[in-house]
Design a protein around this ligand. Structure first.
Ligand code: NAD
Length: 465
């Protein structure tokens, strides 16, 4: 038996990667299974429920037409409970049967700046992790965690392993590998660096399936449909896609047999996904929150919000992605259909989070490309302008849910909102804009877009009385 060790046993892994391995096993190919756990003491209840259920759980999927199906996923053979010293995770990673170490630690879990350098100055978690590893303790970021695991693997002579990133991050394999090597450099561990360079590979991948945080009604529907009182049930849309570069140094499951696209380069797919799906999703979540909606599908069906999303994609995102082997206009329309699915009931809260990593990762690149070509970028400027209005509401304590942002320094965010000229202060933030910070063209476009957003908010406030 070959194992994939997965770090970050959140909803997405269980609705996506675990499903493909499950489908292979259903076809009779039982050569691969998954072991998984978390690097941090998150979601203890779900982990305990999964452990009690032998790693099994029910996935509910819903089509845009509202048809629901239920599958019991049985590919996660080992649930590794959290322990502060990560000893069980390290042991699993150092086992020769583990041939792939995969991870989903969120976009905010990589701590890279616009130049792909580890941003030591802005992320205390990263500095604390380095200090912990230097002091001989386990690391709890993806970098410190991988260092702890890979050092043990190297010492055990357990052989090569693929490091497979499954987060929504541009060039996710290359960039997280770069971050890992920089972390190892900071440790001064030349032997580990040489081992990682020789014995690991890091394919880039594009992952796609909308997977909301499971709410209690999912377990109720699962009980009604299957009779199983599943404490770890979850739901996702019926759409699923995974495109991976075929660079696996120690073998891989025969994923192509279950619809995974194995390619030489994932670049066109990831750019289309990040700019047409992820950035648009954030646009709808921020605008929807400002308009008083709770769910993504509500904003998607609001004509004014849908138009903002549509114009962003049509005017600014598609032109800079051409030429492209993907039919981008069709991609845009399918994405808006998927977002409009009311049965998904995905919340603005989930999608709105982590703007301080999503703006530089998903939105600023389109502005950068547009600036390089000259001409207007008014439609893409609406997205960060929506977030500035959202941030001002957060500053005033008026967001109706907890806003989570791992890359945001709250003091900096409050200072932007308190500034005499908030647009200029926002445009000056280097976490968001990198080398474009304070570019007069950026300030002008944001100022104009922010005025449009304020008019939108005022009009909604009037109509809701
Ligand atoms: P989740 O909240 O259910 O799980 C998050 C996981 O990340 C947990 O296992 C947590 O322990 C881990 N984590 C969070 N911050 C971390 C950090 N700084 N260091 C180490 N581990 C950390 O979320 P999810 O729905 O599983 O989504 C996780 C990621 O998967 C997303 O951020 C995205 O990159 C990718 N993704 C999600 C979806 C979706 O629709 N949910 C779709 C495509 C891709």
């Amino acid at each position: 038996m070959n194992f994939i060790l997965h770090l970050g046993l959140g909803s997405f892994h269980r609705a996506h990667q675990a499903v493909y391995v499950h489908q292979l096993r259903q076809q009779g190919d039982t050569t691969w299974a998954i072991a998984g756990g978390n690097l941090r003491p998150d979601m203890a209840e779900t982990i305990a429920a999964l452990q009690a259920q032998g790693g099994r759980y029910t996935l509910e999927t819903v089509t845009p037409q509202g048809e629901r199906s239920y599958t019991r996923i049985e590919s996660i053979e080992r649930i590794i409970p959290y322990q502060d010293d990560l000893a069980p995770l390290i042991a699993a990673g150092a086992d020769a049967a583990t041939r792939i170490i995969s991870f989903t630690v969120t976009e905010a879990g990589y701590y890279l700046d616009a130049a792909n350098q580890l941003d030591w100055a802005n992320f205390p978690d990263l500095r604390a992790d380095l200090a912990a590893v230097q002091a001989g303790r386990a690391g709890h970021t993806i970098y410190g965690g991988l260092v702890s695991i890979l050092r043990a693997r190297m010492a055990a002579g357990a052989g090569p392993v693929t490091l497979m990133n499954c987060d929504n991050l541009r060039h996710n394999g290359d960039r997280s590998r770069g971050g890992l090597l920089q972390f190892i450099d900071a440790l001064g561990d030349a032997a580990l660096k040489a081992w990682v360079q020789e014995y690991t590979s890091s394919p880039n991948a594009m992952v796609d399936r909308i997977t909301p945080r499971p709410t209690p009604d999912v377990a109720e529907r699962v009980k009604a449909a299957t009779g199983w009182n599943d404490q770890a049930a979850l739901m996702g849309e019926s759409f699923i896609q995974w495109v991976i570069e075929d660079r696996f140094i120690a073998g891989r499951p025969a994923w192509e047999a279950v619809g995974v696209e194995m390619v030489d380069s994932v670049q066109a797919y990831e750019e289309a996904k990040i700019r047409l799906l992820n950035a648009t999703h954030s646009c709808i979540a921020w605008a929807g929150t400002l308009a008083g909606y709770q769910y993504i599908h509500e904003g998607t069906h609001d004509a004014a919000i849908r138009q903002m999303a549509y114009d962003y994609v049509t005017d600014d995102a598609i032109p800079v992605l051409l030429p492209c082997p993907i039919d981008l206009e069709r991609y845009r329309d399918v994405v808006l259909d998927r977002f409009g699915n009311p049965a998904i009931a995905d919340t603005n809260q989930r999608v709105a989070m982590d703007a301080f990593s999503k703006i530089p990762g998903m939105i600023a690149p389109t502005i950068r490309d547009k600036l390089a070509r000259g001409g207007s970028f008014d439609s893409v400027a609406m997205l960060p302008a929506l977030f500035l209005a959202y941030l001002q509401r957060w500053h005033a304590g008026q967001i109706p849910y907890a806003y989570q942002d791992q890359a945001m320094d709250p003091a900096v965010a409050h200072a932007i909102c308190d500034a005499a000229d908030p647009v200029a202060a926002y445009a000056a933030d280097t976490t968001l804009w990198g080398e474009m910070a304070s570019d007069p063209r950026l300030i002008a476009a944001l100022r104009q877009a922010f005025a449009r957003v304020q008019a939108f908010v005022a009009e909604r406030a009037k109509s809701t009385g």
